[in-house]
Design a protein around this ligand. Structure first.
Ligand code: ADP
Length: 432
Protein backbone atom coordinates (compact mmCIF):
# COMPACT_ATOMS: atom_id res chain seq x y z
CA UNK A 1 0.00 0.00 0.00
CA UNK A 2 1.52 3.34 -0.94
CA UNK A 3 1.77 6.19 1.58
CA UNK A 4 -0.70 8.44 -0.25
CA UNK A 5 -3.42 5.81 -0.02
CA UNK A 6 -2.61 5.28 3.65
CA UNK A 7 -2.95 9.02 4.36
CA UNK A 8 -6.29 9.03 2.52
CA UNK A 9 -7.64 6.05 4.52
CA UNK A 10 -6.54 7.63 7.84
CA UNK A 11 -8.00 11.01 6.82
CA UNK A 12 -11.35 9.45 5.83
CA UNK A 13 -11.43 7.48 9.10
CA UNK A 14 -10.74 10.65 11.12
CA UNK A 15 -13.35 12.55 9.15
CA UNK A 16 -15.98 9.89 9.78
CA UNK A 17 -15.23 9.80 13.53
CA UNK A 18 -15.34 13.57 13.77
CA UNK A 19 -18.57 13.71 11.78
CA UNK A 20 -20.24 11.00 13.83
CA UNK A 21 -19.13 12.46 17.14
CA UNK A 22 -20.23 15.95 16.09
CA UNK A 23 -23.64 14.59 15.02
CA UNK A 24 -24.10 12.66 18.26
CA UNK A 25 -22.99 15.69 20.35
CA UNK A 26 -25.29 17.94 18.38
CA UNK A 27 -28.36 15.76 18.95
CA UNK A 28 -27.37 15.35 22.60
CA UNK A 29 -27.03 19.09 23.13
CA UNK A 30 -30.59 19.57 21.76
CA UNK A 31 -31.84 17.65 24.80
CA UNK A 32 -29.18 19.27 27.04
CA UNK A 33 -26.98 16.14 27.22
CA UNK A 34 -24.21 17.11 24.86
CA UNK A 35 -21.30 15.67 26.90
CA UNK A 36 -23.15 12.48 27.69
CA UNK A 37 -23.95 11.98 24.04
CA UNK A 38 -20.27 12.68 23.15
CA UNK A 39 -19.06 10.12 25.76
CA UNK A 40 -21.59 7.58 24.54
CA UNK A 41 -20.40 8.13 20.98
CA UNK A 42 -16.77 7.56 22.09
CA UNK A 43 -17.79 4.42 24.01
CA UNK A 44 -19.57 2.99 20.97
CA UNK A 45 -16.55 3.77 18.86
CA UNK A 46 -14.32 1.94 21.39
CA UNK A 47 -16.69 -1.08 21.44
CA UNK A 48 -16.54 -1.17 17.64
CA UNK A 49 -12.72 -1.36 17.84
CA UNK A 50 -12.87 -4.14 20.48
CA UNK A 51 -15.23 -6.03 18.23
CA UNK A 52 -12.85 -5.70 15.30
CA UNK A 53 -9.86 -6.70 17.47
CA UNK A 54 -11.64 -9.83 18.71
CA UNK A 55 -12.52 -10.64 15.08
CA UNK A 56 -8.87 -10.23 14.15
CA UNK A 57 -7.71 -12.60 16.91
CA UNK A 58 -10.32 -15.16 15.92
CA UNK A 59 -9.40 -14.75 12.29
CA UNK A 60 -5.69 -15.26 12.99
CA UNK A 61 -6.34 -18.25 15.25
CA UNK A 62 -8.69 -20.08 12.94
CA UNK A 63 -6.48 -19.39 9.90
CA UNK A 64 -9.72 -19.33 7.92
CA UNK A 65 -9.24 -16.21 5.95
CA UNK A 66 -12.76 -15.68 4.87
CA UNK A 67 -14.32 -12.37 4.10
CA UNK A 68 -15.30 -10.60 7.30
CA UNK A 69 -18.50 -8.77 7.93
CA UNK A 70 -18.74 -5.28 9.28
CA UNK A 71 -15.35 -4.02 8.43
CA UNK A 72 -14.61 -0.82 6.69
CA UNK A 73 -12.20 2.06 6.94
CA UNK A 74 -8.87 1.29 8.58
CA UNK A 75 -9.97 -2.17 9.69
CA UNK A 76 -10.89 -3.15 6.17
CA UNK A 77 -7.41 -2.06 5.11
CA UNK A 78 -5.80 -4.09 7.93
CA UNK A 79 -7.70 -7.24 6.93
CA UNK A 80 -6.99 -6.65 3.27
CA UNK A 81 -3.27 -6.30 3.87
CA UNK A 82 -3.18 -9.36 6.13
CA UNK A 83 -5.04 -11.44 3.55
CA UNK A 84 -2.58 -10.34 0.90
CA UNK A 85 0.35 -11.25 3.16
CA UNK A 86 -1.21 -14.61 3.83
CA UNK A 87 -1.77 -15.28 0.15
CA UNK A 88 1.85 -14.49 -0.76
CA UNK A 89 3.16 -16.69 2.01
CA UNK A 90 0.82 -19.49 0.88
CA UNK A 91 2.04 -19.21 -2.70
CA UNK A 92 5.63 -19.27 -1.45
CA UNK A 93 4.87 -22.31 0.69
CA UNK A 94 3.30 -24.10 -2.27
CA UNK A 95 6.32 -23.29 -4.41
CA UNK A 96 8.63 -24.55 -1.68
CA UNK A 97 6.69 -27.79 -1.30
CA UNK A 98 6.78 -28.28 -5.07
CA UNK A 99 10.50 -27.58 -5.12
CA UNK A 100 11.05 -30.05 -2.27
CA UNK A 101 8.97 -32.69 -4.05
CA UNK A 102 10.94 -32.15 -7.26
CA UNK A 103 14.17 -32.35 -5.37
CA UNK A 104 13.14 -35.60 -3.64
CA UNK A 105 11.90 -37.02 -6.94
CA UNK A 106 15.26 -36.09 -8.50
CA UNK A 107 17.21 -37.89 -5.78
CA UNK A 108 14.94 -40.90 -6.15
CA UNK A 109 15.40 -41.25 -9.90
CA UNK A 110 19.17 -40.83 -10.06
CA UNK A 111 20.93 -44.21 -10.20
CA UNK A 112 23.24 -43.37 -7.25
CA UNK A 113 22.44 -44.00 -3.62
CA UNK A 114 22.28 -40.71 -1.74
CA UNK A 115 22.42 -40.25 2.03
CA UNK A 116 22.33 -36.90 3.84
CA UNK A 117 24.44 -36.91 6.99
CA UNK A 118 24.66 -34.33 9.75
CA UNK A 119 27.93 -33.22 11.37
CA UNK A 120 27.85 -36.28 13.69
CA UNK A 121 27.50 -38.61 10.69
CA UNK A 122 23.91 -39.34 11.64
CA UNK A 123 21.51 -40.14 8.81
CA UNK A 124 19.05 -37.34 8.08
CA UNK A 125 17.56 -38.52 4.81
CA UNK A 126 18.25 -41.07 2.06
CA UNK A 127 16.85 -41.97 -1.34
CA UNK A 128 15.25 -45.20 -2.57
CA UNK A 129 18.50 -46.63 -3.94
CA UNK A 130 20.17 -46.21 -0.56
CA UNK A 131 17.33 -48.33 0.83
CA UNK A 132 17.83 -50.96 -1.86
CA UNK A 133 21.61 -51.19 -1.95
CA UNK A 134 22.94 -49.85 1.34
CA UNK A 135 20.27 -51.57 3.39
CA UNK A 136 18.96 -48.39 5.04
CA UNK A 137 15.51 -48.72 6.60
CA UNK A 138 12.98 -45.87 6.48
CA UNK A 139 12.16 -45.72 10.18
CA UNK A 140 15.12 -47.49 11.79
CA UNK A 141 18.00 -45.74 10.06
CA UNK A 142 17.03 -42.08 10.42
CA UNK A 143 19.07 -40.53 13.25
CA UNK A 144 21.45 -43.49 13.36
CA UNK A 145 25.20 -43.08 12.84
CA UNK A 146 26.04 -44.31 9.33
CA UNK A 147 29.08 -46.18 10.68
CA UNK A 148 26.75 -48.34 12.76
CA UNK A 149 24.85 -49.27 9.60
CA UNK A 150 27.79 -49.59 7.19
CA UNK A 151 30.55 -50.97 9.39
CA UNK A 152 33.69 -50.33 7.36
CA UNK A 153 37.06 -48.91 8.52
CA UNK A 154 37.74 -47.25 5.15
CA UNK A 155 34.40 -45.43 5.38
CA UNK A 156 35.35 -44.33 8.88
CA UNK A 157 38.60 -42.92 7.46
CA UNK A 158 36.74 -41.21 4.64
CA UNK A 159 34.27 -39.58 7.01
CA UNK A 160 37.00 -38.46 9.38
CA UNK A 161 38.81 -37.05 6.29
CA UNK A 162 41.80 -39.32 6.96
CA UNK A 163 41.43 -41.03 3.60
CA UNK A 164 43.82 -39.73 0.99
CA UNK A 165 41.65 -40.83 -1.88
CA UNK A 166 38.36 -39.04 -2.39
CA UNK A 167 36.62 -42.31 -3.25
CA UNK A 168 36.54 -45.61 -1.48
CA UNK A 169 35.21 -48.96 -2.62
CA UNK A 170 32.57 -50.65 -0.52
CA UNK A 171 30.74 -53.97 -0.83
CA UNK A 172 27.00 -53.59 -0.49
CA UNK A 173 25.78 -55.03 2.85
CA UNK A 174 22.69 -56.28 0.99
CA UNK A 175 24.38 -57.97 -1.97
CA UNK A 176 28.09 -58.80 -1.65
CA UNK A 177 28.48 -58.90 -5.45
CA UNK A 178 27.61 -55.24 -5.70
CA UNK A 179 30.52 -52.82 -5.29
CA UNK A 180 30.05 -49.12 -4.73
CA UNK A 181 32.37 -46.20 -5.10
CA UNK A 182 31.64 -43.92 -2.17
CA UNK A 183 32.19 -40.15 -2.10
CA UNK A 184 31.41 -37.71 0.66
CA UNK A 185 30.86 -34.09 -0.33
CA UNK A 186 29.98 -31.06 1.80
CA UNK A 187 26.37 -30.06 1.38
CA UNK A 188 24.54 -27.28 3.20
CA UNK A 189 25.97 -26.06 6.52
CA UNK A 190 26.79 -28.93 8.90
CA UNK A 191 25.56 -31.54 6.44
CA UNK A 192 27.30 -33.83 4.00
CA UNK A 193 26.11 -35.91 1.09
CA UNK A 194 27.24 -39.50 0.85
CA UNK A 195 27.04 -40.65 -2.75
CA UNK A 196 27.39 -44.32 -3.65
CA UNK A 197 27.83 -45.21 -7.32
CA UNK A 198 27.49 -48.78 -8.52
CA UNK A 199 30.85 -49.83 -10.04
CA UNK A 200 30.26 -53.58 -9.87
CA UNK A 201 30.69 -54.15 -13.61
CA UNK A 202 34.04 -52.33 -13.83
CA UNK A 203 35.16 -53.87 -10.53
CA UNK A 204 34.54 -57.46 -11.65
CA UNK A 205 36.05 -56.88 -15.10
CA UNK A 206 39.13 -55.41 -13.41
CA UNK A 207 39.29 -58.27 -10.94
CA UNK A 208 39.08 -60.83 -13.75
CA UNK A 209 41.88 -58.99 -15.58
CA UNK A 210 44.07 -58.93 -12.47
CA UNK A 211 43.42 -62.62 -11.73
CA UNK A 212 44.15 -63.49 -15.36
CA UNK A 213 47.50 -61.66 -15.33
CA UNK A 214 48.45 -63.20 -11.99
CA UNK A 215 47.55 -66.71 -13.18
CA UNK A 216 49.26 -66.41 -16.58
CA UNK A 217 52.42 -65.01 -14.98
CA UNK A 218 52.43 -67.79 -12.46
CA UNK A 219 51.88 -70.48 -15.08
CA UNK A 220 54.66 -69.11 -17.31
CA UNK A 221 57.24 -69.12 -14.55
CA UNK A 222 57.89 -72.87 -14.42
CA UNK A 223 58.31 -73.47 -18.20
CA UNK A 224 60.63 -70.45 -18.34
CA UNK A 225 62.80 -71.78 -15.51
CA UNK A 226 63.09 -75.08 -17.39
CA UNK A 227 64.03 -73.28 -20.65
CA UNK A 228 66.62 -71.12 -18.85
CA UNK A 229 68.09 -74.20 -17.18
CA UNK A 230 68.51 -76.01 -20.52
CA UNK A 231 69.94 -72.89 -22.17
CA UNK A 232 72.60 -72.68 -19.45
CA UNK A 233 73.55 -76.30 -20.08
CA UNK A 234 73.65 -75.68 -23.84
CA UNK A 235 75.83 -72.62 -23.32
CA UNK A 236 78.49 -74.70 -21.53
CA UNK A 237 78.08 -77.55 -23.99
CA UNK A 238 78.49 -75.32 -27.08
CA UNK A 239 80.96 -72.84 -25.58
CA UNK A 240 83.43 -73.54 -28.35
CA UNK A 241 80.89 -73.73 -31.18
CA UNK A 242 80.47 -70.27 -32.74
CA UNK A 243 77.43 -71.33 -34.81
CA UNK A 244 75.37 -72.22 -31.75
CA UNK A 245 76.85 -70.03 -29.05
CA UNK A 246 75.45 -66.73 -30.37
CA UNK A 247 71.81 -67.94 -30.82
CA UNK A 248 71.93 -69.64 -27.43
CA UNK A 249 73.13 -66.45 -25.75
CA UNK A 250 70.40 -64.40 -27.52
CA UNK A 251 67.80 -66.92 -26.33
CA UNK A 252 69.22 -66.63 -22.82
CA UNK A 253 68.93 -62.82 -22.91
CA UNK A 254 65.33 -63.02 -24.09
CA UNK A 255 64.32 -65.62 -21.50
CA UNK A 256 65.99 -63.48 -18.86
CA UNK A 257 63.90 -60.50 -20.04
CA UNK A 258 60.76 -62.63 -19.85
CA UNK A 259 61.69 -63.76 -16.36
CA UNK A 260 62.05 -60.10 -15.30
CA UNK A 261 58.73 -59.27 -16.89
CA UNK A 262 56.95 -62.14 -15.17
CA UNK A 263 58.57 -61.24 -11.87
CA UNK A 264 57.38 -57.60 -12.18
CA UNK A 265 53.88 -58.72 -13.18
CA UNK A 266 53.71 -60.98 -10.14
CA UNK A 267 54.94 -58.14 -7.90
CA UNK A 268 52.22 -55.87 -9.32
CA UNK A 269 49.52 -58.52 -8.84
CA UNK A 270 50.62 -59.03 -5.25
CA UNK A 271 50.62 -55.29 -4.63
CA UNK A 272 47.14 -54.92 -6.06
CA UNK A 273 45.87 -57.70 -3.85
CA UNK A 274 47.52 -56.13 -0.79
CA UNK A 275 46.24 -52.57 -1.16
CA UNK A 276 43.83 -52.88 1.74
CA UNK A 277 46.42 -54.51 4.04
CA UNK A 278 47.87 -52.20 6.65
CA UNK A 279 51.60 -51.47 6.48
CA UNK A 280 53.66 -52.32 9.55
CA UNK A 281 54.38 -49.81 12.30
CA UNK A 282 57.99 -50.92 12.80
CA UNK A 283 60.57 -48.25 11.93
CA UNK A 284 62.87 -49.20 9.07
CA UNK A 285 66.56 -48.26 8.84
CA UNK A 286 66.01 -46.45 5.53
CA UNK A 287 69.56 -44.97 5.19
CA UNK A 288 71.09 -48.47 5.48
CA UNK A 289 68.59 -49.86 2.93
CA UNK A 290 69.42 -47.06 0.46
CA UNK A 291 73.19 -47.50 0.92
CA UNK A 292 72.94 -51.26 0.29
CA UNK A 293 70.97 -50.64 -2.92
CA UNK A 294 73.50 -48.05 -4.11
CA UNK A 295 76.36 -50.50 -3.47
CA UNK A 296 74.53 -53.23 -5.40
CA UNK A 297 73.78 -50.95 -8.35
CA UNK A 298 77.40 -49.84 -8.59
CA UNK A 299 77.95 -53.02 -10.64
CA UNK A 300 75.69 -51.68 -13.45
CA UNK A 301 77.20 -48.31 -12.90
CA UNK A 302 80.76 -49.49 -13.56
CA UNK A 303 80.15 -49.40 -17.31
CA UNK A 304 78.78 -45.87 -17.38
CA UNK A 305 80.96 -44.44 -14.62
CA UNK A 306 78.33 -42.16 -13.20
CA UNK A 307 79.11 -39.91 -10.31
CA UNK A 308 76.66 -41.04 -7.60
CA UNK A 309 76.36 -38.61 -4.69
CA UNK A 310 74.28 -39.32 -1.65
CA UNK A 311 73.19 -37.17 1.22
CA UNK A 312 71.21 -39.26 3.69
CA UNK A 313 69.83 -38.27 7.08
CA UNK A 314 71.29 -41.16 9.11
CA UNK A 315 68.66 -40.83 11.85
CA UNK A 316 65.58 -40.53 9.69
CA UNK A 317 63.46 -43.68 9.75
CA UNK A 318 59.90 -44.39 8.66
CA UNK A 319 57.42 -47.17 9.23
CA UNK A 320 56.65 -49.28 6.19
CA UNK A 321 57.00 -52.52 4.35
CA UNK A 322 60.72 -53.16 3.90
CA UNK A 323 60.51 -55.25 0.72
CA UNK A 324 58.13 -52.76 -0.91
CA UNK A 325 60.28 -49.73 -0.04
CA UNK A 326 63.38 -51.54 -1.23
CA UNK A 327 61.62 -52.02 -4.54
CA UNK A 328 60.79 -48.29 -4.77
CA UNK A 329 64.37 -47.20 -4.05
CA UNK A 330 65.84 -49.81 -6.42
CA UNK A 331 63.51 -48.92 -9.28
CA UNK A 332 64.16 -45.18 -9.04
CA UNK A 333 67.93 -45.53 -8.65
CA UNK A 334 68.28 -48.05 -11.46
CA UNK A 335 66.10 -45.90 -13.75
CA UNK A 336 68.43 -42.96 -13.12
CA UNK A 337 71.39 -45.17 -14.00
CA UNK A 338 69.70 -46.57 -17.13
CA UNK A 339 68.50 -43.25 -18.51
CA UNK A 340 71.54 -41.10 -17.72
CA UNK A 341 74.37 -41.14 -20.26
CA UNK A 342 77.88 -42.20 -19.22
CA UNK A 343 79.68 -39.96 -16.74
CA UNK A 344 76.44 -38.28 -15.71
CA UNK A 345 75.68 -37.16 -12.16
CA UNK A 346 73.09 -38.80 -9.91
CA UNK A 347 72.17 -37.28 -6.54
CA UNK A 348 70.29 -39.36 -3.99
CA UNK A 349 68.75 -37.56 -1.01
CA UNK A 350 66.95 -38.77 2.11
CA UNK A 351 65.87 -35.92 4.40
CA UNK A 352 63.14 -34.50 6.58
CA UNK A 353 61.31 -31.21 6.10
CA UNK A 354 58.53 -30.28 8.52
CA UNK A 355 56.57 -33.49 9.15
CA UNK A 356 57.53 -35.13 5.87
CA UNK A 357 60.34 -37.50 4.84
CA UNK A 358 61.70 -37.09 1.29
CA UNK A 359 63.47 -39.67 -0.85
CA UNK A 360 64.70 -38.07 -4.03
CA UNK A 361 66.73 -39.28 -7.00
CA UNK A 362 67.97 -36.57 -9.32
CA UNK A 363 69.91 -37.15 -12.52
CA UNK A 364 71.27 -34.96 -15.28
CA UNK A 365 70.24 -37.43 -17.97
CA UNK A 366 68.14 -37.04 -21.08
CA UNK A 367 65.04 -35.78 -19.29
CA UNK A 368 61.40 -36.43 -20.17
CA UNK A 369 59.04 -34.28 -22.27
CA UNK A 370 56.24 -32.84 -20.14
CA UNK A 371 53.41 -34.61 -22.03
CA UNK A 372 54.74 -37.99 -20.82
CA UNK A 373 55.02 -37.12 -17.12
CA UNK A 374 51.36 -37.80 -16.25
CA UNK A 375 51.43 -41.25 -17.86
CA UNK A 376 54.82 -42.55 -16.71
CA UNK A 377 53.35 -44.63 -13.90
CA UNK A 378 50.96 -46.49 -16.23
CA UNK A 379 51.80 -50.12 -16.92
CA UNK A 380 54.06 -50.56 -19.94
CA UNK A 381 54.22 -46.83 -20.62
CA UNK A 382 57.63 -46.19 -22.08
CA UNK A 383 58.80 -43.14 -23.96
CA UNK A 384 61.17 -45.13 -26.11
CA UNK A 385 60.30 -48.83 -26.14
CA UNK A 386 63.53 -49.85 -27.88
CA UNK A 387 65.60 -47.88 -25.42
CA UNK A 388 63.79 -49.35 -22.43
CA UNK A 389 64.23 -52.90 -23.77
CA UNK A 390 67.91 -52.40 -24.47
CA UNK A 391 68.32 -51.20 -20.87
CA UNK A 392 66.57 -54.38 -19.71
CA UNK A 393 63.42 -52.49 -18.68
CA UNK A 394 60.00 -54.08 -18.42
CA UNK A 395 57.95 -50.88 -18.47
CA UNK A 396 56.48 -51.81 -15.09
CA UNK A 397 59.01 -50.23 -12.70
CA UNK A 398 57.25 -46.89 -12.12
CA UNK A 399 53.88 -48.60 -11.98
CA UNK A 400 55.20 -50.75 -9.13
CA UNK A 401 56.63 -47.61 -7.47
CA UNK A 402 53.27 -45.82 -7.69
CA UNK A 403 51.41 -48.76 -6.15
CA UNK A 404 53.79 -49.00 -3.24
CA UNK A 405 53.74 -45.25 -2.71
CA UNK A 406 49.93 -45.33 -2.57
CA UNK A 407 50.04 -48.26 -0.18
CA UNK A 408 52.24 -46.15 2.12
CA UNK A 409 49.84 -43.19 1.74
CA UNK A 410 52.76 -41.24 0.30
CA UNK A 411 53.05 -39.21 -2.90
CA UNK A 412 55.33 -39.39 -5.92
CA UNK A 413 56.45 -36.20 -7.63
CA UNK A 414 58.19 -36.21 -10.99
CA UNK A 415 59.98 -33.18 -12.35
CA UNK A 416 61.90 -33.26 -15.56
CA UNK A 417 63.34 -31.07 -18.28
CA UNK A 418 64.49 -32.39 -21.63
CA UNK A 419 68.27 -32.22 -21.88
CA UNK A 420 68.64 -31.25 -18.22
CA UNK A 421 67.54 -34.33 -16.30
CA UNK A 422 64.82 -35.70 -14.07
CA UNK A 423 63.99 -35.80 -10.40
CA UNK A 424 61.74 -38.42 -8.81
CA UNK A 425 60.68 -37.64 -5.24
CA UNK A 426 58.74 -39.82 -2.82
CA UNK A 427 57.12 -37.88 0.02
CA UNK A 428 56.14 -39.77 3.19
CA UNK A 429 54.09 -38.20 5.97
CA UNK A 430 55.67 -38.74 9.38
CA UNK A 431 53.45 -39.48 12.38
CA UNK A 432 52.91 -36.50 14.71
P1 ADP B 1 61.26 -49.22 -17.69
O1 ADP B 1 61.37 -50.63 -17.29
O2 ADP B 1 61.01 -49.03 -19.13
O3 ADP B 1 62.38 -48.41 -17.17
P2 ADP B 1 59.65 -47.72 -15.86
O4 ADP B 1 58.22 -47.88 -15.49
O5 ADP B 1 60.64 -47.83 -14.77
O6 ADP B 1 59.90 -48.75 -17.01
O7 ADP B 1 59.81 -46.33 -16.55
C1 ADP B 1 58.89 -45.93 -17.55
C2 ADP B 1 59.56 -44.99 -18.54
O8 ADP B 1 59.88 -43.77 -17.88
C3 ADP B 1 60.89 -45.50 -19.06
O9 ADP B 1 60.72 -46.35 -20.15
C4 ADP B 1 61.59 -44.21 -19.44
O10 ADP B 1 61.20 -43.84 -20.72
C5 ADP B 1 61.04 -43.20 -18.45
N1 ADP B 1 61.98 -42.95 -17.33
C6 ADP B 1 61.96 -43.49 -16.09
N2 ADP B 1 62.94 -42.98 -15.34
C7 ADP B 1 63.59 -42.08 -16.10
C8 ADP B 1 64.71 -41.19 -15.88
N3 ADP B 1 65.33 -41.14 -14.72
N4 ADP B 1 65.09 -40.41 -16.92
C9 ADP B 1 64.45 -40.44 -18.10
N5 ADP B 1 63.39 -41.24 -18.37
C10 ADP B 1 62.96 -42.05 -17.38
Amino acid sequence: MNSNKLILVVAVELLIILLLLSLVTYFGSVTGNGWHAFSLGLLLYLIWHFFQLSQLIQWLRSKKFTHLALNFGMWREIFKQLTLLQQTSRTKQKKLIKFLDNYRAFFNVIPDSVVILNHDNEIEWFNKNAQLFLGLKKKKSIGKNILKVLKDPTLENLLSKKAKEENIELHSPVDKNKIFSIRVIPYIKNSRLLLARDISRIYWIDKTRKDFIANVSHELRTPLTVISGYLETFETRFAQDETFLHPIQTMQQQSHRMENLIQDLLILSKLEANTSKKIGSELLPVPIIIKTIINDTRVINLEKQHQINMDLDEHLMIAGNEIELQSVFTNLISNAIHYTPAKGIINILWYQKNNKAYFSVKDNGEGIESQHLQRLTERFYRIDKGRSRSEGGTGLGLSIVKHIINHHQATLEIESKVGKGSQFTCIFTLPK
